[in-house]
Design a protein around this ligand. Structure first.
Ligand SMILES: O=c1ccn([C@@H]2O[C@H](COP(=O)(O)O)[C@@H](O)[C@H]2O)c(=O)[nH]1
Length: 235
């Protein structure tokens, strides 16, 4: 066991505002934050994002990846959304990550700055998928390489799978906030995720946050599914 506490982010992946609000309410006592991302934001816009998040800390998973000027300008439009965490792709490179850092510091007042989290290698990718896009070597090596670059360039933390927590901690120490999707409770459908662990395994590996969507939102009883995951994190 790592000694860190691991908290749950529930991914409200839907285009439907009422549905997102229902899931948020059902998981409220068990989750430390809610995720809204591309699916909901493109369908409903930033005002609806703020409405759905309500007073829950918001993990705004927009995975920004563009030239530095465009990423910085986009972040400038997020002030009213008040995210607690915001994602960019580490593969956007040093200048893009640094521009995101500057934009956050210039947009949000002290005490209200979202954590800047850099997505390393998507948890839906395995070694073969990574090789297909021209990145050789192991997923672990690529995650550590991108993690180092991101932290040097001003990120506060990283999005990775549970499998890369130990090598990231070995390379970067305790400072990075590690947010971990690709979580599948025992017996739940894996779907498109490739690098997975159970909530208890992710906790033992030292995740700060786990991100869970379909195992909660597609469950017959989302509240019970969220409660079971929260119990795994606190056992
Ligand atoms: O590498 C990544 C980065 C982000 N995600 C997001 O996490 C959730 C996972 O949802 P599940 O339904 O539990 O698979 C989803 O919102 C992704 O956009 C990720 O899975 N992997």
């Amino acid at each position: 066991m790592s000694g860190r506490s691991t908290r749950l982010i529930v991914a409200l992946d839907t285009k439907d505002t009422a549905q997102a609000m229902r899931w948020r309410a059902e998981s409220a006592g068990h989750a430390g934050a809610v995720k809204l991302g591309l699916e909901f934001t493109y369908a409903r816009g930033l005002e609806a994002v703020r409405d759905v998040a309500g007073d829950s800390p918001l993990f705004l998973d927009l995975k920004l990846h563009d030239i530095p000027n465009t990423v910085a300008s986009a972040i400038g439009s997020l002030k009213a959304v008040r995210p607690a965490m915001l994602t960019i792709h580490a593969a956007g490179g040093r200048a893009m990550i640094a521009a995101a850092r500057q934009a956050i510091d210039g947009t949000f007042p002290d005490g209200a700055r979202p954590l800047l989290l850099a997505v390393t290698v998507l948890t839906s990718m395995d070694t073969q998928a990574m090789h297909e896009i021209g990145v050789e070597g192991s997923v672990e090596a690529q995650v550590v390489r991108l993690g180092q670059l991101a932290m040097e360039s001003g990120a506060d933390g990283l999005v990775c799978s549970s499998h890369e927590i130990a090598p990231l901690r070995a390379a970067l120490g305790e400072a990075p906030v590690l947010v971990v999707p690709g979580i599948r409770p025992a017996g739940s459908a894996v779907g498109d995720q490739k690098r997975i662990m159970t909530p208890a395994q992710a906790r033992a590996a030292g995740a700060d946050w786990i991100v869970v969507g379909r195992p909660i939102t597609r469950a017959a009883d989302p509240a019970a599914a969220a409660a079971a995951i929260a119990a795994e994190l606190s056992d």
